[in-house]
Design a protein around this ligand. Structure first.
Ligand code: C2E
Ligand code: MG
Ligand code: MG
Ligand code: MG
Length: 283
């Protein structure tokens, strides 16, 4: 009896692993076709200035609109794209598309910044600065309105190639931010050495800011550190009014989160950006 159930368990695991491997393979095979067939799209999430209440920019977040499976979130395919190297052409597409959108906003009288997530593979490529330059030139976007998001973990391998890339893209005049700040790397010396502009405090600290003293103290300390280094403090994952108010009291500069707008079509950001203080911040 025990033996039979052990065999069943084994078969169950084998089938489950197989299903996962098959899903993985079909995603990998689908990614290249998706790029060719134009199945990727970008959703934009508004970023709000906490002094003025104005929308000043948006983060570009990729989605895959799969013909059979519907909308696939980036967590389900970005890691596979990174493993296979396809993140390089996919990331290039995101960069170009986001720059095109931001240039269109400028042309419509909306000076919005667009923030694009880079992956480790892109940061290691010797042609990164060229790729960014081409995206800016072809779209006509002023570099000031492009922000590139890096994560702390990408800086752990701070090889000469990575440091040189960061210097070169920074020299183009784009802004740099550290995403998911507080979850990666404990050695903070890189912040002074790399010319970063913003720290994006990870959602895990913001989500329980009003209930957890440790999260509140860490958030306060990161905001202070950012300011003493002349950096902009950004809070990600703001889901309610209470958290937003607490962040204002902590003098956080910028917020982003479901409470201020879920990622969505560019038009939604545009509508909010046309209003004076769409979220009635401090009013
Ligand atoms: P991220 O860059 O940290 O982006 C923030 C994620 O948090 C997004 O998930 C966003 O939808 C989600 N989020 C924003 N506000 C809230 C909130 O109030 N509550 C909760 N629960 N979640 C919130 P998304 O779009 O699924 O993206 C996940 C990750 O995928 C991103 O994390 C980023 O690391 C990666 N990613 C997205 N687009 C790209 C891309 O074009 N290239 C690369 N390399 N990575 C990307
Ligand atoms: Mg990001
Ligand atoms: Mg983040
Ligand atoms: Mg995150």
């Amino acid at each position: 009896h025990a033996k039979a159930s052990g065999r069943n368990t084994h078969r169950f695991f084998a089938e489950a692993m197989n299903a996962e491997a098959v899903a993985h393979l079909s995603i990998r095979g689908g990614l290249r076709r998706a790029l060719e067939r134009g199945e990727f799209l970008i959703h934009y999430q508004p970023q709000v200035n906490l002094d003025s209440g104005m929308v000043f920019g948006a983060e570009a977040l990729i989605r895959w609109n799969h013909p059979e499976r519907g909308m696939i979130p980036p967590g389900a395919f970005i890691p596979i794209a990174e493993d296979s190297g396809l993140i390089v052409p996919i990331g290039d597409w995101v960069l170009r598309e986001a720059c095109r959108q931001a240039a269109q906003w400028q042309a419509a009288g909306l000076p919005l910044t667009v923030a694009v997530n880079l992956s480790a593979r892109q940061l290691q490529r010797p042609d990164l600065a060229r790729t960014v330059t081409d995206a800016l030139t072809d779209s006509g976007l002023d570099p000031l309105f492009l922000e590139l998001e890096l994560t702390e973990s990408m800086l752990i391998q701070n090889t000469d190639a990575v440091l040189e890339n960061i210097r070169r893209v920074k020299a183009l005049g784009v802004q740099l931010s550290i995403d998911d700040f507080g979850t990666g790397y404990s050695n903070l010396s890189y912040i002074g050495r790399l010319a970063v502009d913003k720290l994006k405090i990870d959602r895990s600290f913001i989500m329980d800011l009003c209930r957890n003293h440790d999260s509140a103290r860490i958030t306060a300390a990161v905001i202070q550190m950012a300011h003493s280094l002349n950096l902009t403090a950004v809070a990600e994952g703001v889901e309610d009014a209470e958290t937003l108010e607490q962040l204002r009291q902590l003098r956080c500069d910028v917020a982003q989160g479901y409470f201020l707008g879920r990622p969505g079509p560019a038009e939604a950001v545009e509508r909010a950006a046309r209003q004076a203080n769409p979220f009635h911040i401090g009013a």
